[in-house]
Design a protein around this ligand. Structure first.
Ligand code: PXL
Length: 268
């Protein structure tokens, strides 16, 4: 099975493509990449990072791919550097997603109830229009708020479900518990173990693993459960090893237990 990850290359910081490519490959999938930008590090917590948008190159890459007749079973998009790139991803979906394929969008906008650097309300509106073309969207609690304007998770889920059949709000925090809020014939909530604070790159590990599980035939519910466990174990390891959180999750040595579970449940 062939999947396409559209995301930036942050050379340091374990997010975006440096997470998507290893995780989706480990899941047993052929993972092609379309880089949106090249950065020395991600933008969350580093000072003086470099940023090279790749808009022109993305267009040339896509034109070349068309001559190869490539089609994807799943396209997963993450960090996009501009409103023009959001529009271009819609074009990529139209040209390269095979009939019946899955389009998954991680609407990367922010964390801790603020936008990441360079994003604003106009960008969030454009991102919502991309969500409207997706089969699955994977906002964190901040992104669900930035997309819908409400901090009430049930209301946010309903608003997101109005545009997309399978919204998944990852890590929704109410009082002292965390849940995944998702839609499966109605609102569903899956409790997940709680680790205080935010961990950079956790959303990218989550989205990549979830896409991998879906492609291997797990139901949405089982894909969420297996993915949530993987992320939780990686977060615990990151905390235990006292890693500076801006360097991302120490997920590498949690891949094996994750795959063991995935292979046990995989249908294809
Ligand atoms: O993990 C999300 C992400 C991806 N890519 C870049 C980022 C961030 C979050 O800060 O800065 C470049």
């Amino acid at each position: 099975m062939r999947v396409l990850a559209i995301n930036d290359i942050s050379c340091v910081g374990k997010c975006s493509l440096t997470v998507a490519l290893p995780v989706l490959t480990a899941c047993g999938l052929t993972c092609d990449i379309l880089p949106t930008a090249l950065l020395s590090t991600h933008t969350g917590g580093f000072v003086g990072y470099t940023f090279l948008p790749l808009d022109d190159e993305m267009k040339k890459i896509a034109d070349h791919w068309e001559t190869l007749g490539l089609k994807y079973d799943l396209i997963y998009s993450g960090y996009l550097g501009s409103r023009a790139q959001i529009a271009f991803v819609k074009d990529i979906k139209r040209r390269f997603l095979r009939q019946g394929g899955i389009f998954a969008v991680d609407p990367v906008l922010g964390d801790n109830f603020t936008f990441y650097k360079g994003f604003d309300d106009a960008f969030a509106r454009e991102m919502l229009s991309l969500c409207a073309e997706a089969d699955y969207i994977l906002p964190n609690e901040t992104e669900s708020f930035l997309l819908t304007g409400t901090r009430d998770f049930s209301a946010a889920l309903r608003a997101l479900h109005d545009v997309c059949p399978h919204p998944v709000i990852t890590g929704a925090k109410t009082q002292d518990k965390y849940e995944i809020c998702y839609y499966d014939g109605g609102e569903k909530r899956m409790p997940i173990p709680c680790v205080e604070g935010s961990f950079h790159g956790a959303g990218d590990v989550f989205a990549s693993a979830f896409c991998g599980c879906l492609m291997r035939g797990l139901s949405q519910e089982r894909a969420l459960a297996v993915t949530a466990k993987f992320c939780y174990n990686a977060i615990l390891r990151t905390r235990r090893e006292v890693t500076d959180r801006k360097y991302g999750l120490n997920y590498e040595r949690e891949i094996y237990p994750f795959l063991t579970e995935l292979e046990r449940e995989a249908k294809n």
